[in-house]
Ligand binder design. Structure first.
Ligand code: VGL
Ligand code: ZN
Length: 209
């Protein structure tokens, strides 16, 4: 199904991590992160079906640089499941930083999927935690609801949007990433790598929709 195809009942909009900590002034600000809100609201009006994800870490989460002696944010560490970039403390459960951007109001969103809530495992993807095996349950939800295409927007393009789009594609969904609804962190060229990988996997990249 092409990008221009009409949006129908088998399409779901997946809005990834549009939270205060990923916006300017937050703990892990994505450059220009709040610029995604207006295009996402426009897009959400066109979809009957919307799912939101929320990065949702306990204090002392193992993806936080602060829990690893001598490590700085954006360093890489090795955890039980493999390599992990460590981040400033962010999106701590029940804090203002973990709340959705105040203008992200999508009342018809049916599901808010929280992820990264286990202290020892991060979860970039909305589908699998960073051990790449523990499912979040989202694939089952989307299949049971009969969706065939997942349109992905949000923050950050090169982390949670990327992993969510890759997994959706590998789980057999048609996937489109709408770039005007995304911004990236860009650690060591990760935005360019994201675009290449997504295209290689058969994910459609659209500027707008
Ligand atoms: C994210 C880094 C750490 C994201 C979440 O939403 O892309 N990035 N936690
Ligand atoms: Zn996180």
């Amino acid at each position: 199904m092409g990008v221009g195809a009409a949006i129908d009942d088998r399409d779901v909009l997946l809005v990834v991590d549009v939270q205060n900590d990923f916006c300017p002034g937050g703990a892990l600000p994505v450059p220009d992160g709040d610029a995604v809100v207006a295009p996402i609201l426009r897009l959400a009006e066109k979809f009957r079906h919307v799912v939101l994800t929320q990065d949702w870490h306990p204090a002392g989460h193992h993806s936080f640089a602060s829990v690893h002696a001598g490590r700085q944010p954006f360093d890489q560490v090795t955890l039980a499941y493999g390599d992990q970039i460590v981040w400033p403390d962010h999106c701590v459960q029940e804090t203002e930083g973990a709340a959705f951007h105040r203008h992200l109001r999508i009342p018809h969103a049916a599901l808010v999927l929280r992820k990264g809530f286990r202290r020892e495992i991060d979860s970039y993807s909305a589908f699998f935690e960073n051990d790449r095996r523990t499912p979040t349950g989202l694939a089952g939800y989307l299949r049971e609801r009969g969706f065939s295409r997942v349109v992905v927007v949000g923050l950050a393009l090169d982390f949670c949007v990327r992993f969510s789009a890759e997994d959706a594609r590998q789980l057999g969904f048609d996937v489109t990433v709408v770039e005007e609804g995304c911004r990236g962190i860009d650690v060591d060229g990760s935005v360019a790598a994201t675009r290449r990988t997504l295209v290689d996997l058969g994910v459609s990249l659209a500027e707008t929709m």
